[in-house]
Design a protein around this ligand. Structure first.
Ligand SMILES: Cc1cc2nc3c(=O)[nH]c(=O)nc-3n(C[C@H](O)[C@H](O)[C@H](O)COP(=O)(O)O)c2cc1C
Length: 307
């Protein structure tokens, strides 16, 4: 029996399967290549790129919690010029669509970043707008919390490209359903749900925060039910492509999101626990397809039914 057809088409762009990686959890270029054949993935989403290089937050900036982790990396990256000079040529050799994740302080940044990336359409196949990083107090996406500014950022990016644009949201921003409507109206083609949720942890012996930044973004299995709920509710209300993220550690987690309506599933924190997680999940999807005699993953998407 032929295996399940895992391909996904989103806004005219075809991915060989729905498995991708969540921004910031898969290195910047070849860090995972000893474990994962990148050409087996559906897409690769980059770490957030900003206009200028960013040093990120002081250390410690990662702490493992029950069912997840807190991070306060603070969008450390070498900036767009380095991205174009060093990262794009690396991904140009890999036959997997690249989704560039960007963040800015204002709409001017979003417009500049999008304009620069649009020139590399042969490699960059879509753009994810990070409107939601909880770890950046100033000079980052914090300012994007204002609804109007989020819309302006999307509009600015839209004016610069016809590449698919995904707006990445977090419940930290406010009412996700309402914001989803706003950013779609402003020109986003799809949504990425969800970014981390702000949390903290304390070392009781030292009576100090576990993170130098005090708070950080919570990710991993602890946030999965929340992410699943948002994917389900958003897909119920808007017929747009969704890239789901939030505690996807196994094939069953990925399947829950697909059944709830996700088009693509992004593996994040799982990469730190098991660097082969993406490919293990892919194998699990294939096995499920055989076990349930599914011809196409598309038949599963949004197939959720009420009890
Ligand atoms: C260490 C770390 C760094 C991250 N960096 C980014 C980033 O640069 N940009 C972004 O949009 N999301 C970033 N995220 C959020 C993830 O892309 C993802 O939305 C979130 O972690 C939920 O998925 P998960 O529970 O599978 O990790 C980061 C997450 C972690 C754990």
């Amino acid at each position: 029996m032929p295996g399940i057809d895992l391909s996904v088409t989103v806004k005219g762009l075809t991915f060989r399967n729905p498995i991708t990686v969540a921004s910031g959890t898969f290195g910047t270029t070849g860090e995972y290549s000893d474990f994962v054949d990148y050409e087996k993935l559906g897409a690769i989403i980059t770490k957030t790129v900003t206009v200028k290089p960013r040093a990120g937050n002081p250390m410690p900036r990662i702490f493992e919690t029950t069912g997840g982790m807190l991070n306060a990396i603070g969008l450390q990256n070498k900036g767009i010029e380095d991205f174009i000079e060093h990262k794009i040529p690396y991904f140009a050799k890999i036959k997997t669509p690249l989704i560039a994740n960007i963040a800015g302080e204002n709409e001017g940044d979003f417009s500049l970043l999008t304009r620069m990336l649009h020139k590399h359409k042969n490699v960059v196949k879509a753009i994810e707008l990070n409107l939601s990083c909880p770890n950046v107090e100033k000079g980052g996406t914090h300012g994007m919390k204002k609804k109007a500014r989020m819309k302006d950022a999307v509009r600015a990016a839209r004016q610069e490209t016809d590449l698919p644009l995904f707006a990445k949201l977090s419940p930290e921003l406010g009412d996700v359903l309402e914001i989803a409507g706003d950013v779609l109206e402003a020109g986003a083609d799809g949504l990425s749900l969800i970014n981390t949720l702000k949390g903290m942890a304390i070392d009781i012996e030292k009576r100090r925060s576990r993170l130098a930044n005090i708070t950080g973004g919570l990710s991993g299995p602890a946030i999965k039910p929340i992410a699943l709920r948002y994917v389900y509710e958003v897909k119920k209300n808007y017929k747009v492509p969704v890239i789901a993220a939030g505690g996807i550690m196994t094939a069953s987690d990925a399947l829950e999101f697909i059944i709830a309506g996700a088009d693509m599933v992004a593996v994040g924190t799982a990469n730190f626990v098991n660097p082969r997680a993406t490919l293990d999940i892919l194998e699990g999807l294939r096995a499920y397809g055989v076990r349930h005699r599914l011809a196409r993953i598309a038949d599963l998407r949004g197939s959720f039914s009420h009890l």
